[in-house]
Design a protein around this ligand. Structure first.
Ligand code: ZN
Length: 372
């Protein structure tokens, strides 16, 4: 393939090779800052605080929490003469090419000290948030103050900024650790506090830095930068496209008798509609899989593999196959009258209806209802 993207026949190693060649991000897993027992987290853990607990996003409690808990904390920090407060944010624009921007604003005693933004190349929002945090900490640790407050709306970035272990933007963490260590060593009263702050909940400083990050994404870059997470994203996009084509183009790929519900098209590697509906019960999940794969203890299955065993529906006296169970058998309750699977699959809510059928008829597609 001209893009250098591995095709579906390629081995996992080819994918690793692709990610390695496309990604420009560097890592330093054996850096001194990453030495277990000697990390900033190990040595200065008591002087680091994370305020990450908060009500769920989009919940009713969130605005109240912002007003009563978060805002007083931010205002205290902003009024503290011995503290530097940095708000940081990252942005990612999917088009074109997932370009990122990172920005921070630093305040002391309520006054803006500096605002800065950089473009981060191709990456994910997490990459951008990490760059923003790293950049903010680099500035704040050059100041002579007692407390640094880092305020951002990305929880994972706040958690990993001082974690030099292996993760995306690990080098940003290594540099952040080095800066933090240098600053913390100079005075034992010094401490760093990380705060999670929701975006678009009326915290003005967060909105401002959000705008800065968006503008920063438009700054032209001298060379094409690409994070590891973005290279992995490119691989996932290609894999999903290959998978979708195979599913749609080859009857044999999914199995000739696979019930081609719209919920499974295109196939998805991250979430399964079936697990959402039946994941709570092994038996229902099993019946669902048997129905979709046409691999149930039905007469039609026996006909193929155990020809000497009975194959007729005990209730109706005809061959018991999937279509019989779903559309004809008098044993089950159903709220449709259809001639066959093709008509069923055309229904907008076929997937929901199959789920409803399985829940209503607890013995359908189970051994209990096999021909005797
Ligand atoms: Zn029947």
């Amino acid at each position: 393939m001209g893009t250098g993207m591995p095709d579906s026949e390629a081995s996992p190693l080819v994918a690793v090779d692709f990610a390695g060649r496309v990604c420009t991000e560097e890592f330093a897993p054996l850096h001194a800052e990453a030495r277990p027992g000697a990390r900033v987290l190990d040595v200065y853990g008591e002087r680091l605080t994370w305020h990450l607990e908060h009500p769920k996003k989009d919940s009713e409690e969130l605005p109240k929490w912002v007003e009563r808990t978060l805002m007083p904390r931010i205002l205290d920090a902003m009024q503290d003469r011995r503290a530097v407060v940095v708000f940081c944010d990252g942005s990612m624009y999917p088009k074109p090419k997932c370009r990122t921007g990172a920005a921070f604003r630093a305040y002391r005693n309520g006054r803006l000290l500096v605002k800065r933004g950089i473009a981060g190349g191709r990456g994910t929002s997490y990459d951008a948030e990490m760059m923003a945090g790293g950049m903010a900490l680099a500035f704040a640790t050059k100041q002579s103050c007692e407390t640094i407050h880092v305020i951002a709306d990305n929880e994972s970035a706040l958690k990993t900024l001082l974690d030099p272990g292996m993760h995306g933007q690990q080098l940003v963490s290594v540099v952040a650790c080095r800066n933090a260590r240098e600053w913390l060593t100079k005075d034992e009263r010094r401490r760093i506090v990380f705060h999670w702050c929701p975006s678009h909940e009326g915290v003005e400083w967060n909105e401002l830095v959000d705008e800065d990050a968006k503008h920063a994404a438009d700054i032209p870059l001298e060379r094409d930068e690409c994070s590891l997470a973005h290279a992995q994203h490119l691989l996932a996009v290609q894999l999903k496209a290959d998978w979708r084509d195979e599913y749609r183009g080859s009857r044999a790929y999914a199995g000739r008798n696979f019930l081609r519900l719209k919920a499974f098209d295109p196939p998805n590697h991250l979430s399964s509609p079936a697990l959402q509906a039946h994941g709570h019960s092994k038996t229902t999940m099993a019946r669902f899989c048997r129905a979709v794969l046409d691999h149930a203890p039905l007469g039609s299955f026996r006909q193929r593999f155990f020809a000497h065993e009975p194959t007729e529906c005990p209730e109706c006296g005809v061959l018991q196959d999937r279509a019989h169970v779903l559309f004809k058998c008098t044993r089950y309750r159903r709220w449709w009258e259809l001639r066959g699977e093709f008509e069923f699959l055309l229904r907008v809510s076929a997937y929901r209806e199959l789920n409803g059928f399985l829940t209503t008829n607890e013995s359908a597609f189970s051994f209990e209802d096999a021909p005797t």
